[in-house]
Design a protein around this ligand. Sequence first.
Ligand code: ACO
Length: 390
Amino acid sequence: MSEEMVNPQETTVVRGLEGVVAAETDISFVDGVHGDLYYKGYNIHEIADNTISYVEIVYLLLNGDLPTREQLDHLRRAIVTEMRVPTQVIKMMEIMPPSSHPMDVLRTAVSALSHFDPDAFDNSLEANRRKGIRLIAQIPTLVTSLYRIRNNLSILSPDPQLNMAQNILYMFHGSIPDERFYRAMDLLLLLHADHGLNASTFSARVTASTHADMHSAVTSALATLKGPLHGGANERVMKMLMKIKFIEEVEEYIHSMLAQGQRVMGFGHRVYKKEDPRARHLRTISEELCRLNENEQFFEIAHKIEDIVLKAKGIYPNVDFYSAIVQHALGIPPEFYTTLFAASRISGWVSHILDQYANNRLIRPTSKYTGEYNRKFVPIEERTIEPAVS
Ligand code: ACO
């Protein structure tokens, strides 16, 4: 062991890698101290208040600057052209058991896309950018197609005249949405696009750091996003709101959860010690949509939960809390919420994977060994079961 090497047996383990700086990136910054989020230097509030559409943010993340009108049109056309997915992959989704969770089907379908990708055997920068754009285009199609399959509806092709948010709602519901609804979808997409070294992005970077291909890295990210402590929380939020049903029941329900040491889904964050800045925009838009739908029940229940959790634990809602209500108001069923998160976060994953390839060093931490040393091998015939310690 060289002098500079750290002996893991003599160091303190950082559980959950909390506070560990594991990469340099200029893609996004989660400023937990001040409760701010930056995409390529732009504060998320500046982006949410002024952005034309999600694809503008895709361009920003991939290229570093906001696009000119011409550059935006060019990227929009490229994405719409790539939105079709191979029929073999659609057929594969059709034969999946109806009981499979949409996130599991999406993970399998993205992995399957790699077999049909025209750049499958090319890992050059140009090919990886093409694969990245293709995945940004294809994941929304996979999600909406799966919804149509699950509901015995015919699958709809994207309309080249529509933007990404309009197309997603159109391919879900079969009708061109009202502007207020597709603007909400746009906001949802752009607020989920990237978020520093979150768990799924870290997974993507670990896989990319082995020089594995883009689809493998995205498949890792999807598997990680699914968990309820990460992207899977939004589905759990809506299921909790549906269980509570009436505002009069909120107080007792939440206090009893907290008393039992349970976590309230959609609250808390590893990095933010103040409010998640994305929650502010999603709270506002969810209230607006609920009013438009003349169904404010879930918003009112959510608002009350927010008050209770803040008073009782000093914990704020994260992105998943109000995003659940926005998606509900947009007619998306809860089991699809995390797939829509993925349909947006793919732009961040692709940007980070390209960043990892460009400045690669194999990500390979070490562990502190807590086991025994030099145990004596016992032949199988002589092994006995140790009595359990009571
Ligand atoms: N409900 C109740 N208590 C909570 C919650 C919550 N949602 N989140 C944290 N706490 C409490 C913990 O019980 C702990 O309290 P204690 O010190 O009295 O034991 C304290 O806050 C600190 O919690 P940690 O577990 O140390 O915080 P950590 O950084 O590990 O967790 C996490 C972050 C996993 C997001 C957590 O807040 C959580 O489980 N939230 C619910 C799931 C969720 O909403 N996930 C989505 C996160 S955003 C995203 O990934 C897109």
